[in-house]
Design a protein around this ligand. Sequence first.
Ligand SMILES: [Zn+2]
Length: 221
Amino acid sequence: MAIKLLHPVPGAPVTARFGWRPAFTENGVWVPAMLHNGTDYAAKAGTPIRAMHSGRVTFAGWDYAGGGNAIKIGSAQYSTMFLHMQSPTKLRPGDHVSAGQIVGYVGSTGMSTGAHLHAMLQIGGQWVDPLPYITATPAPAPKPKPKPKPIPQEDEEMEPQFIAGKKDGTNGKVYQLTAAGKRRLVPSPEWTARRAVEAASGNKIPVGLVPDAELAKIPQA
Ligand SMILES: [Zn+2]
């Protein structure tokens, strides 16, 4: 049987592998050797957990053996299980799960000292190391297409947006040319503010000077 599992938290590093942890003594208390029966991945709380394969939910709830919020997903020949999830999964036993589907979120519930995912694989009733079977990464969610930047029209760039009568210059009335080819009087406070903003970045707003007679021909907006 060829088992192919998807990475449950794409990009997250393995922090503890499956295997026996030797017995040790802590504060005079002997702690027996125990099997770390899954693979630990470090990931921030709230990171989506993805089903490693398709199947059906066979357990969804609190794991009293220390696993906290847990989910177990079974297929014909094997099962996988996730522990320490942030919150109970919304899935229920019997629900169909697709490979790569989000089934929960990384947390630190149960016997856990920090946010991580404990991912397990069970074959024939035995917990085995899932790592050698995790061969693929779920396809990343399609990125939203970047919006094309509007290409500034050359004409708009070249022609002055602001005009003023020749006699008055920039100290007099300044008009903004609208897209419709009309002139809009820029109120004095607005003009002062606009110039201050540009001046702060070392720029000067170009103002096209036209003879008063020509200015008069441009319709008012
Ligand atoms: Zn673990």
